[in-house]
Design a protein around this ligand. Structure first.
Ligand SMILES: Nc1ncnc2c1ncn2[C@@H]1O[C@H](COP(=O)(O)OP(=O)(O)OP(=O)(O)O)[C@@H](O)[C@H]1O
Length: 349
């Protein structure tokens, strides 16, 4: 195979009553890479996977798998000839078949008799579970069997549709790590769609943010979190503290004081806009001189860290997320300090 595992260009697709669910999508999955498509519920993630898998027609644009065109003007390669492994939201295992038969379902009789099924179960940490039925497995184990089944036929690409959403929160991160490891060990290329930003940031090599039928930003998890393309992306991928400001020479004047700004063009003249910080960049500390300018409103202890909600003089509230538990109470005056640099978003006219 040559070229990226998946290349989607200018893809449009939808339904008679929603023709622009996908309104010109570009997406590339490097070979051996795991790309998360992050989007709000109803944003078209499942539709995208269905077009890539061949279950839904593309209205315009092209889809290539390993450099081979599978959808485009006048072309529609059927799903069974695309060599795609699918992991649906809830594993969708055959309840009457054993784990081994589920994993071997798409394989030839010869392959089923060989060692492939056992290898796949080993890969997902379920060696020895061959003879069990899906009903005798936990939700997380069922999802891992679904991943083993998707990987068994050595597909060109694995598509995972919110694969952890049915698992409870405690189990989710553990199963996610196991699945990511299995995909890596198999050298698989994969697309995972999710509306959960923790999941996207925590397990993908690249994150593509889908909004209004388009990819608004694609980058590493760090880039998406630290250098979001706009305030919408910033809010979608994590907690955002957005303050009004006026920028001059790389520093913004804000309600919490002067804040250094990353990669802003120093135009010399003052520019109005918004400063973006993450709560973990802010610290509140006792300061009697701050009376009237910043007051503690709430303190929430999380165990590993603490959130201090501070009201600024103009009524604006900011959340500081800090490793220490500051010696303050609601009503106390505090100073708010900034760690690191903020992002700057000029006012759009
Ligand atoms: N069969 C259908 N007929 C008409 N409209 C549909 C159909 N399936 C989905 N849609 C619409 O297309 C849009 C995108 O749906 P899709 O299932 O792709 O979103 P999603 O991002 O996967 O959502 P979720 O995260 O909730 O699963 C939605 O507005 C939905 O109502």
């Amino acid at each position: 195979m040559t070229g990226p595992a998946l290349s989607v260009r200018g893809l449009r697709a939808g339904f008679p009553d929603h023709p622009d669910v996908l309104a010109g999508i570009d997406l590339e999955v490097p070979r051996g890479g795991l790309v998360a498509v992050l989007g709000a519920s109803g944003g078209g993630k499942t539709t995208l996977l269905r077009v890539v898998a061949g279950f839904h027609p593309a209205a315009a644009g092209t889809v290539e798998l390993g450099g081979r065109p599978v959808a485009g003007p006048g072309l529609h390669v059927p799903p069974e000839r695309r060599r795609i492994g699918l992991v649906p939201q809830e594993g969708a295992l055959f309840p009457h078949l054993t784990v081994a038969d589920n994993v071997g379902f798409g394989l030839s009789r010869r392959e089923r008799r060989g060692s492939r099924v056992a290898e796949m179960l080993e890969l997902v940490g379920l060696a020895g579970f061959e003879e069990r039925r899906p009903g005798e497995l936990s939700g997380g184990q069922q999802q891992r069997v679904a991943v083993a089944r998707a990987l068994a036929a050595a597909p060109e690409l694995v598509l995972l549709d919110e694969p952890f959403s049915a698992l409870d929160a405690g189990l989710r991160s553990e199963v996610r790590d196991q699945v990511r490891e299995a995909l890596r060990a198999a050298g698989a290329s994969a697309v995972l769609v999710t509306h959960d930003q923790q999941e996207a940031l925590g397990c993908a090599d690249l994150v593509a943010v889908l909004r209004d039928g388009r990819m608004v930003q694609t980058g590493t998890p760090q880039q998406i979190y630290r250098e979001p393309a706009d305030l919408g992306v910033a809010r979608f991928v994590g907690e955002a503290v957005v303050l009004p400001g006026s920028l001059r020479n790389g520093c913004a004047r804000t309600p919490i004081g002067m804040v250094p700004v990353a990669s802003a063009n120093g135009s010399g003249a003052d520019e109005s806009g918004s400063v973006l910080l993450r709560p973990e960049q802010l610290r509140a500390s006792a300061d009697p001189h701050a009376a009237g300018s910043a007051t503690v409103r709430e303190i929430v202890f999380h165990g590993a860290d603490t959130t201090v909600v501070v009201e600024l003089g103009d009524g604006l509230r900011v959340r500081c997320r800090q490793p220490d538990v500051p010696d303050v109470r609601p009503g106390d005056p505090v100073a708010v300090t900034v760690h690191g640099q903020a992002r700057w978003f000029p006012e759009t006219r």
